[in-house]
Design a protein around this ligand. Structure first.
Ligand code: FMN
Length: 214
C-alpha cells in the first residue's frame, strides 16, 4: 500500500502542511508506505499541450514533459492513494494544485472517447484550508470544487474524500500585519478549539484511505 501526500501550499509548515503531515501519520499508522512532496519545491508548470501523451505510439498514462513533475505523476498513478492539500486563494485551490491536476489528468484522458486510459485505481483525499468560516465553505464554496473532485474520481477510478479546515490562523502575530478585518482573538480561539479536531480528521482520512481492503 503506497500513499503519496502532496502539499500544494507554498508554505511548508503552516496549516495545509500540518494537516497533510497528520494524514501521513494516519497512513503510516495503518502500515502504508508514504511519500510526502512539497509541490512548490519542484520546478514545473501546468500542461504545456505538447500532446506527446496523445500520440498513437505513446505509452499511455505518462506525462512526457521533461521537468520535476513528470516522474511524480508516474508515481501517483502507481500509488494506491493520493492525499493532496491546498489553501484557497481567491476562492480556488492554488495555481500549483491546478497545474498538478492538469498534468495528472490530461495524460490519463482519452481523446478517442470513452473511458480514461488509466485502468488502475487511486483513492484521493483532498484537504482545503482557508480563512473562510465553515458555514461559508459548506453553503457556497464547496459546490465550486465538486466538478474537479468528480473529474478526479472518474479519471482515477477511485473514491474522492474532502475535508476543509476553515478559519485558519494565517500569521503568527496579527499585530504586525495590516489585517484589520480579522480578529486575532477569535482566530486563536478557533485554532485552539477547532484545529486539533481538523488534525484528527486529517489523520482519519490518511488512515481510512490507506487502509482500504478493496
Ligand atoms: C494569495 C492568497 C489568497 C487567499 N484567498 C483566500 C480566499 O479567497 N478565501 C479564503 O478563505 N482564504 C484565502 N486566503 C487565506 C488562505 O487560504 C489560508 O490562510 C490558508 O489556510 C493558508 O494555508 P497555509 O497556512 O498552508 O499557507 C488567501 C491567502 C493568500 C496568500
Amino acid at each position: 500500500m503506497k500513499t503519496i501526500i502532496i502539499n500544494a501550499s507554498p508554505r511548508k509548515n503552516w496549516n495545509t502542511a500540518q494537516m497533510l503531515k497528520e494524514a501521513q501519520r494516519g497512513a503510516e499508522f495503518v502500515g502504508a508506505e508514504t511519500e510526502y512532496i512539497d509541490l512548490y519545491d519542484l520546478s514545473f508548470t501546468g500542461c504545456r499541450s505538447c500532446l506527446a501523451c496523445k500520440r498513437k505510439d505513446a505509452e499511455r498514462c505518462r506525462c512526457y514533459w521533461n521537468d520535476d513533475l513528470a516522474p511524480v505523476i508516474s508515481r501517483v498513478l502507481d500509488a494506491d492513494a493520493l492525499i493532496i492539500g491546498s489553501p484557497i486563494y481567491f476562492g480556488e485551490p492554488t495555481a500549483g494544485y491546478r497545474a498538478f491536476l492538469e498534468r495528472l489528468l490530461f495524460c490519463v484522458l482519452s481523446y478517442d472517447g470513452g473511458e480514461p486510459y488509466f485502468k488502475g485505481k487511486v483513492d484521493t483525499g483532498i484537504i482545503y484550508t482557508m480563512n473562510a468560516p465553515k458555514e461559508f465553505y459548506e453553503n457556497g464554496m464547496s459546490q465550486n470544487y465538486k466538478g474537479t473532485e468528480g473529474m478526479i474520481a472518474r479519471m482515477l477510478n477511485g473514491e474522492v474524500r474532502t475535508y476543509a479546515a476553515c478559519d485558519t490562523v494565517q500569521v503568527s502575530d496579527y499585530s504586525k500585519y495590516a489585517m484589520g478585518r480579522f480578529s486575532e482573538e477569535n482566530k486563536k480561539a478557533h485554532r485552539e478549539e477547532q484545529f486539533p479536531l481538523d488534525l484528527e480528521a486529517a489523520f482519519r482520512m490518511g488512515a481510512e484511505l490507506s487502509g482500504k481492503k478493496d
